[in-house]
Design a binder for this molecule. Structure first.
Ligand SMILES: [Zn+2]
Ligand SMILES: [Zn+2]
Length: 457
């Protein structure tokens, strides 16, 4: 089947599943998820889903919170319809961490005869069961308890191994069950985080287009359109989130799942993650080094979208001069850069330095090549940067749903964020607006300027 951009608004999530699509981008797109049900009362459809996928013996995994929120109901529906079920409910005083102990506990309690793992939860339980499904070669189904992040449909699993956050291989779920009656009762902070993760797509998609324009990176107009369409729907009903309105919650959950599907389509996280995520990873790393608790992922991503859109606007209004930019490029001080990376990234510094040298990110010749292309086509670049909503618009919508819009509310210190503006681009080799600002020799100035004005508001 051919994907045609004009039809994006007609496609529902289910239409994308279990098919191979040809696309104008030259690639085939496919996702291995077979079933997605996002509606009120979706849990009641569990027996139907199990029958359809030919599963009879269920290993149900939850923690005490998610068991209360939905697990018990899932268990009753499954047992009540004649399926066999064994369960493990994690008991923790603090949040469940997807670490070695949690994995061991999974194995000890595992139901050997199970032909499917049913995870009831959000981020952590999804990551855990995604990984266990991959390791045990047993499919899994996720019953979501919060619309809090876009990882439900993605492949990678974020675990905490030897106290370090690590992304490892995982399996996509065979089915995603999003019961709106359950999702809307999730803690408001988790709903706000999910919305922040979604708002971040403005920034991620803009960075993806930038990567195409600067480095001829692979880009799919259909996939970016599909993410933007679901984001638009989320924005239209955003104000209903605070009151837990059905449509707002459903649109948010659909957007988060669809973004995961978009990542499967492209085989990377370009449709979902750009500079706003890199800055978030940077803050997480710094907080982990200092053993401090960082704000939830999506909350940071939402706030960072205000920041990145401000930088986009600032750049779009600049008028780069090739001679000045080249002068800046030749004055790049590699020793200072290396010292800064070692100081900030600590035990992770060798990896950062290696990535940079391997890819020649800071190499003068490559930078000059990029700069020439950018300045030769500056009009086009400036108008791309203006495609995102104004930073005040993002701030306003986040404010209306009660999400943090200042560093104080976010509870992140200014120094970490300013360091992040300059050095977050080092965490991934991926072209973003931060790299553009650096290429143009403006990143340091913008960071200094934001330190004294933008972040004081
Ligand atoms: Zn495509
Ligand atoms: Zn995210």
């Amino acid at each position: 089947m051919q994907l045609i951009k004009e039809n994006i608004s007609k496609f529902k999530i289910q239409d994308y599943l279990g098919k191979n699509f040809t696309c104008d981008c030259g690639r085939e797109h496919t996702v291995e998820i077979e079933n997605v049900i996002i509606e009120n009362g979706a849990i009641n459809k569990m027996p139907e889903v199990l029958k359809l996928l030919h599963y009879n013996k269920v290993f149900l995994v939850a923690d005490t919170n998610t068991y209360k929120a939905a697990g018990e109901q899932v268990e009753n529906v499954i047992i009540g319809n004649g399926f066999e079920l064994k369960k493990h409910v994690y008991k923790r005083d603090d949040d469940l961490v997807p670490d070695e102990v949690t994995i061991g506990e999974f194995i000890i309690n595992y139901y050997n005869d199970a032909d499917v793992i049913v995870a009831v939860g959000s981020g952590v339980l999804n990551d855990l069961c995604k990984f266990m499904s991959y390791k045990l070669n047993t499919p899994y189904i996720i019953v979501a308890t919060a619309p809090s992040m876009d990882g439900y449909a993605s492949i990678g699993s974020a675990l905490s191994i030897e106290n370090l956050k690590t992304t490892v291989s995982g399996e996509v779920p065979k089915a995603i069950i999003g019961d709106v009656d359950v999702l809307k009762d999730a803690p408001l902070d988790m709903i706000r985080a999910g919305f922040g993760d979604m708002v971040g797509k403005y920034s991620a998609i803009n960075d993806w287009k930038l990567g195409k324009m600067v480095n001829d990176e692979y880009y799919c107009d259909y996939v970016s359109g599909m993410v933007m369409h679901s984001l638009k729907k989320c924005m239209e009903t955003a104000e209903g989130l605070e009151n837990r309105e059905n449509e707002a919650i459903r649109n948010l959950m659909e957007g988060l799942v669809l973004t995961g599907i978009a990542m499967s389509f492209t085989g990377n996280s370009r449709p979902a993650s750009g500079s706003e995520h890199h800055l978030s990873h940077f803050v997480e790393m710094m907080y982990l080094f200092d053993k401090k608790q960082a704000p939830p992922h999506g909350v940071k991503v939402g706030f960072n979208t205000i920041v990145m859109n401000y930088i986009r606007q600032r750049l779009s209004e600049s008028n780069p001069d090739i001679n000045e930019v080249l002068k800046k490029a030749s004055s790049f001080n590699k020793d200072k850069w290396t010292d800064d990376v070692k100081r900030l990234f600590r035990q992770a510094a060798p990896g950062v330095i290696h990535l940079n040298e391997n890819e020649g990110i800071n190499s003068y010749d490559k930078r000059v090549e990029r700069v020439k292309r950018i300045i030769d086509n500056w009009e086009e670049f400036a108008s791309l940067l203006k495609e995102v909503p104004h930073h005040e618009e993002i701030r306003e919508i986040l404010k209306r749903i009660g999400a943090p819009i200042s560093l104080k509310e976010l509870n992140v210190d200014k120094e970490t964020i300013i360091n992040g503006l300059v050095y977050a681009k080092e965490v991934r080799n991926r072209y973003t607006v931060l790299q553009l600002a650096w290429d143009l020799g403006l990143l340091d100035d913008i960071a200094t300027e934001m330190e004294s004005s933008f972040f004081n508001e």
